[in-house]
Design a protein around this ligand. Structure first.
Ligand SMILES: NC(=O)c1ccc[n+]([C@@H]2O[C@H](COP(=O)([O-])OP(=O)(O)OC[C@H]3O[C@@H](n4cnc5c(N)ncnc54)[C@H](O)[C@@H]3O)[C@@H](O)[C@H]2O)c1
Length: 296
């Protein structure tokens, strides 16, 4: 036993000791004990929302799960629901009516107001159908903006109108650094992410004043999921980002941990931020690995 562990063993009551050192890897810290929420966007076991649901459960949170009705048929959300003892409530995040039903039903099912919401939603028909940026279909562009950007405003507005949030609640959406820098194949999703991050600032102000609710976006490293793999050349920019990040790319599990922290009371004064969760990518100019790779 290390000297510090021995000191703790000798001097700390058992409860404190347990707090510092969970007995096994599957035991959480009860960071979200008693908290209730809604998790959007778990499609399959690779989804960031899927990993988040498992992590939040482990930390004592309870929640409803939701996804677009069509994804419900393609995905495996019911498996996750069973594992998490959560009810699934289908909702297209672009439909105000669906969202109102989702929030109303969630309040009933969970037995009280909500402490956390995860918006983990992204889709671009132009990306999916490989349209070049100089030949975009504008109807699809509007769909991209609606599904991947505006839907966040709809979620926030519905939360306000149904008076669903508890004070000091936390609402998060997932973003990508293409909102600030150009990645050619990210196409119109870059504009959707810029809208998403801007909504977090504007609604974050409003919700802080109204209810002390915080609203943030997390800008995540490239991650191997269905949405990620839909981008042309994904594997190359995944490897590039990994090489450009001193800590390497953040995984979906890392992201789930960060989301859990942001839902917990340890982040009460963080709001209206776009939080970089990228292993240092956004602050790096070049790395030794890239210099070595590019040297003749
Ligand atoms: N994978 C990455 O490289 C990466 C990097 C940074 C940010 N993100 C963001 O993370 C979030 C989650 O994506 P993911 O990587 O876990 O992929 P994913 O494909 O598992 O999740 C995307 C989800 O959006 C849902 N969705 C699409 N249209 C919807 C609609 N109309 N209503 C409700 N839900 C709808 C899908 O059904 C799916 O569950 C997205 O916002 C994505 O842009 C992903």
């Amino acid at each position: 036993m290390s000297p510090s562990a021995k000191y703790l063993d000798d001097h700390c009551p058992e409860s404190i000791n347990l707090h510092l050192q969970p007995k096994n890897a599957n035991m959480g810290y009860n960071l979200l004990k008693g908290k209730r929420g809604i998790i959007f966007g778990a499609l399959d076991e690779n989804s960031i929302a899927w990993k988040t649901a498992l992590r939040v459960k482990e930390e004592g949170g309870s929640f409803t799960l939701t996804n677009a009705p069509i994804a419900m048929r393609m995905g495996k959300i019911n498996e996750l629901a069973k594992e998490c003892n959560a009810e699934v409530i289908p909702a297209d995040a672009t439909s105000e009516q669906d969202l109102t039903q989702l929030f109303t039903r969630s309040l009933e099912v969970l037995g009280g107001k909500i402490d956390f919401v995860l918006h983990s939603i992204g889709m671009s028909p132009n990306v999916r159908k490989d349209r070049p940026y100089g030949d975009l279909n504008y109807e699809w562009f509007l769909k991209t903006l609606d599904i991947s950007g505006l839907s966040f405003h709809k979620v926030l507005q519905t939360a306000e109108k149904t008076d669903a949030m508890n004070e000091w609640g936390s609402i998060l959406a997932l973003s990508y650094i293409a909102a600030q820098r150009t990645y050619p194949d990210y196409s119109d999703m870059a504009q959707a992410k810029a809208v998403l991050e801007s909504i977090a600032r504007s609604y974050g102000y409003r919700f802080a004043k109204l209810k002390k609710v915080r609203v943030n976006t997390i800008s995540q490293s490239p991650t191997k999921t269905t949405a990620g793999a839909g981008i042309t050349g994904f594997d190359v920019f995944y490897d590039y980002a990994n090489m450009m990040s001193p800590l390497g790319n953040a995984t979906a599990e890392d992201c789930a941990n960060y989301i859990t922290l942001m839902f917990s009371d340890f982040s009460r004064m963080v709001t209206m931020q776009n939080l970089m969760h990228d292993g240092g990518f956004s602050s790096s100019g070049i790395t030794e690995e890239l210099v070595a790779r590019l040297s003749k």
